[in-house]
Write a protein that binds this ligand. Sequence first.
Ligand SMILES: [Zn+2]
Length: 198
Amino acid sequence: MAERDDNTPEEEAEFWPNYVPVPPQFHSFMEEGPFAKCTLCDGALLEDGTAYLIHKAFHREEVIFEYAMCLPCRAKMQGELSVESIEAINAYMEQYEIEDRTGPMMEAHGTDVSRWLSHCLVTGAPIAEAEEYHYYAFCDGPDLVFNGLPIALAGNVDEELNELLSQKTRDRLDGFVDEQFGLPPELRNPIKGSPVFI
Ligand SMILES: [Zn+2]
């Protein structure tokens, strides 16, 4: 505390470790442990320096959807979506200044991932009261990195995001879900339209 005077809040934040071993919230339900490979290309993920995203969707306590996506696959995926859709999503998410939350969240909650996920980023509603919700994290090898993510979104936010997407993009994302997950039809509707490319 004594040496804080010269530091801006941003600089202080850098004194916190900004990563932790991937916590259980972001383990793979299917693999019963950390995601070891990219869901799309099977590329290995657990070496340091391998960046990837994790998205898990829940219906109450139950995992209904999960994937880990390496950055090359993400870039490929984004390349197939319409520019307008990506811009609309980015503009929508920019309102919430995801990257700017890292410093204040670190100060308030440290690296307690459950606190980072306790409320919907967009609505502020408690996730514990949401029927459906989504968790997102950015990881590097065996670690989860705090870079604005991890975040939680309540299910109804998806619908808003979905309305921003062009038909072409919706079709592509629906195809992605069908190809990757082969989900039973009753589970598809809540999942389709998830913002898979944050
Ligand atoms: Zn991949």
